[in-house]
Design a protein around this ligand. Sequence first.
Ligand code: THU
Length: 530
Amino acid sequence: MKKRVFLVVLDSVGIGELPDAADFGDAGANTMKSISKSSNFDIPNLISLGLGNIDGIDYLPKSDSPKAAFGRLGEVSIGKDTTIGHWEIAGLISESPLPTYPEGFPDDILEEFSRQTGRGWLCNKPYSGTEVIKDYGREHLETGKLIVYTSADSVFQIAAHESLIPPEELYDYCRKARAILKGKHAVGRVIARPFVGEYPNYTRTSNRHDFSVEPTGRTLLDILKDADRDVIGVGKIYDVFAGRGITEKILTGANDIGMKTSLELANRDFDGLCFINLVDFDMVYGHRNDVDGYAKALSEFDAWLPQFLGKLRDDDIVMITADHGCDPGNVSTDHSREYIPLLVYGKNIKNTNLGTRKSFSDIAATIADILGADYDAAGVSFADDILLQKDDNNEMTQQLICAAKEAMKAAYAPYSGYKVGAALLTKSGRIYTGCNIENAAFSPTNCAERTAFFKAVSEGERDFEAIAVCGGKDGIISGYFPPCGMCRQVMREFCADDFKIHLIGAQGDYKTLTLEQLLPYSFSQKEIEN
Ligand code: THU
C-alpha cells in the first residue's frame, strides 16, 4: 500500500520563545505573534486546522473542532539555524552549534584556501551580501582576490564577478573550501555568490550555489531511502542534507514556485516522504524585519492551503511545521530560538492535542512509524495518538462527543461543582448518555460514566463499543477528565480490552485510550471463574 507523507517546513515560522531562548539572546521572541499584528495577517485555514489551539498561543482565535492534530515542539539541539533545525526534524540531534565566525575565519584556514585556489582573499568579516560587493568589488576585479565573508549564520561565502571568475570556477573554489572546513570548522554552508555589473551597480545573479555540510549522523531520510521509499526534497531540502537520503530533488526558490510544485506532487504517485521547504518567510521577510511582508506571505500560504489539502488521497498525511524562528518584530534580524508549530492533517488523523513535546525529532519518529520503516534515530513517535484506529468511525466519535457534552449540562453537582457528561456507544449503534449525580451524603454520588452504563445495562444492553467523557468545573472543559477507578472497574465488567474511551479535550480535540491502557492487569469475571 503506497503511503504519502508531505512534510512542509515554513522556514522560520516559530511560535514563541523556548525556555532557554535568553541563552541565545532571544528572550521574548515570537515570530507568529509579531506578524499576527499586521493588517496583512489573514490565516483562516490554519486557524481551522487548529493553529490557535496550540499550547502557548493566546493571540489567535481557537477552533471549536480543529481539523488537524496540533502541538508545539521544542528544540533539543544546541542551535537555531536552518540546518540544525531540519536535521532535528529528521531525527538528528546536534550537541553543539555549527561554528560561526564573528571575527572572520582563522588565518590557517584562509592560507590553505589561498594555497589551493592560487588566489588571495578580501574582507573576511561578517558583512551584508549587497554591501560586500559594493565595498570590495573593484579591488576584487583589480587584484583577482576572492571576496570571503560570513554572517551571523554558519556560512563561508565567496563572492566573485562572473566576468573574472565564471560560476563553474567559483563552484570549484567552494568545493575546495568545503573540503578544508572540517571538524570544528565544519560550517553549515559554503556559498558561491556570483555577481555582475559595473560599480556601484553590482548585482548578485541567480547562480548562487550552496555547498552544505553532511548530516553528522543517520536521519529519517537515510532510513527511508534504505527502506526503498521515495524521499523527494523540494526547495532547499537537498542542500540542507547535502543530498544525503534524497532520492529526488526539486529546486524551487521562491514560495510561489514551491507551492506550485507541491500541487504537482500531490497529483503524482510516490511512496514515502515529500519534504518541502518554503524559504521566503525567513530569507525575504524575517531577516529583513519586514513584518507586513512576512504576514502577507503566510496569508498567501494559507490561501493556497485548501487547494493542496483538497488533492489529498485517503491515506495521505500532511505535516505543517517550521525549523526555528526569525521574529521580524524585534530588533534582531537573526534567527530566534523558538518553539515550532505542528499541524498534522489527513483523513486518518484525529484532532488530538499533542501538547508541548520535547524535540522536533518526534516528527521523524512519527513519520517512520506511519510509513512502517524501522527507525533508529532520535525522537518519540506520536503516531498512536493521532491515527484513527482502523475500526474508528470518526463521524460516530464526533456524534458521541457531542452527546457527552450535551449530557454534561444535566449534571447534578451542587457540592463539587464539577459537571461531567458521558456518552456510551453500544455495538448495536445505540447511544446512552449519563451525568454525575451527587448527594448530600457524598458517598452515594454516581459518576457520569456509571450513570450511562447503568442506564444501558438496565435496558438490557451488554455489548459496548466506546464511551466519550468530558467534565470540568462549572461545566467548563479545561482538560481531559479521565474516568475514576470505580468507573474503570465497571467498564471492566462489561467491556473487552479494546473498548475505547474518548477523553474530550479543551480545544475541541479528543484523545482515545483503550480499556487495556486505562486498567491493565485488572480484576475481572475471568478471575472468579478460574
Ligand atoms: N466524576 C465523574 O462523574 N466521573 C468520574 O470518572 C470522576 C468523577 C464526578 C463525581 C463528582 O460528582 C465530581 O465528578 C467530582 O468528583
